[in-house]
Design a protein around this ligand. Structure first.
Ligand code: ATP
Ligand code: MG
Length: 314
């Protein structure tokens, strides 16, 4: 659990605080996506959590410990940090970069080497090929993978990630997002991920925190944010297709009615409402049959039921 208790950061004599009285509680084992316009205070917020920036006011708790009372070096062993623009050490190999925290933790050579290979494989880089490579010989996407591997190395319970997939083309980006989601299914972590990309926030975040001018505007699940934006700013931020995005979060499972409709197309029960709607619009049909995981017929869904489900949540 990470709790931000009224944290405020004012740099120097600036008139406006960069982060202004932020209260958020992030549950252990969940991912929070921090999103908002450039300069709204996202990076500053992350940097306060691991004490690279000291808050002007307020307190930050990790579990029940006030982090302001902790030695920053000890603290950072518990927190993996992926910096905006990657920031690999340019004069160290990929393996040496990943070994940063294991070295600090005093791990043996054998344990460190095994960990390096395990992490390279985990982020989809073949160990034998990449271990000894220098960062400047890597593509942007490969660098970001190494950045993620380095942050995971000491197996920290908390990960702070500042636009970790920012500098990658959309296809590699999607693959990396999927891989990271998969990693989080296997190793439970509390993650705070800054992003500029709403679709990434929806995909990766159990919760989304929307910031503007240093303040928290809305904090909730993707469904809550898309279904009930608190004000015009959030509404504009999530865009006119929020109803459609919201359909992407749900599967047809909740809408199944008994009986199979003769002659209708079929979808799996894990199909998103959005994909099902696209199928219906594409074919001009009003009904799709639904099959379960083992291919058994479960019933059907109608276009109207999907469209009804896209209204604002209460
Ligand atoms: N070290 C610093 N000294 C003075 N002002 C700073 C410092 N770091 C950040 N700021 C200011 O604080 C505000 C928030 O900056 P921050 O880097 O947190 O924004 P951000 O939300 O991460 O933006 P971006 O999306 O562009 O990365 C900005 O106005 C920035 O100019
Ligand atoms: Mg930033």
């Amino acid at each position: 659990m990470i709790r931000l208790d009224g944290i405020t950061k004012r740099f120097g004599t600036a008139a406006q605080p960069s982060v202004d009285d932020l209260h958020i509680e992030m549950t252990e084992g969940t991912t929070t996506a921090l999103i908002g316009p450039s300069g709204c205070g996202k990076t500053t917020t992350l940097r306060m959590i691991n004490r690279m920036v000291e808050p002007t006011q307020g307190r930050i708790f990790l579990e029940d410990q006030d982090v302001t009372g902790l030695d920053p070096v000890v603290l950072r062993r518990r927190i993996g940090y992926v910096i905006q623009q990657v920031g690999l050490f340019p004069h160290q190999t990929v393996a040496e970069n990943i070994a940063t925290v294991p070295r600090l933790l005093g791990w043996s050579r054998a344990r460190t080497d095994a960990r390096i290979d395990e992490l390279l494989a985990l982020v989809g880089l073949e160990p034998a090929r990449f271990r000894a490579t220098m960062p400047q010989r890597l593509s942007g996407g490969q660098r970001q993978r190494v950045g993620v591997a380095r942050a995971l190395a000491g197996d920290p319970p908390v990960m702070l990630m500042d636009e970790p997939f920012g500098a990658i083309d959309p296809i590699a980006r999607e693959r990396l997002q999927d891989e990271f989601k998969d990693i989080l299914r296997r190793v439970r972590k509390t993650v705070v991920m800054v992003t500029h990309d709403l679709d990434e926030a929806i995909k990766m975040g159990d919760r989304i925190a929307i910031m503007r001018d240093g303040r928290l505007v809305q904090y909730g699940t993707p469904d809550e944010i898309l279904g009930a934006p608190v004000d015009g700013f959030v509404q504009a931020f999530v865009g006119p297709d929020r109803a459609l995005k919201r359909l992407g979060l749900r599967t047809v499972e909740a809408l199944i009615r008994p009986d199979v409709v003769a002659g209708a197309d079929e979808v799996a029960t894990s199909t998103s409402m959005r994909d099902a709607l696209a199928r219906l619009i594409g074919s001009g049909a009003r009904v799709l049959n639904v099959r379960g995981e083992n291919g058994e017929a479960l019933g059907h869904v109608t276009r109207d039921a999907i469209l009804d489900g896209s209204g604002p949540s209460r």
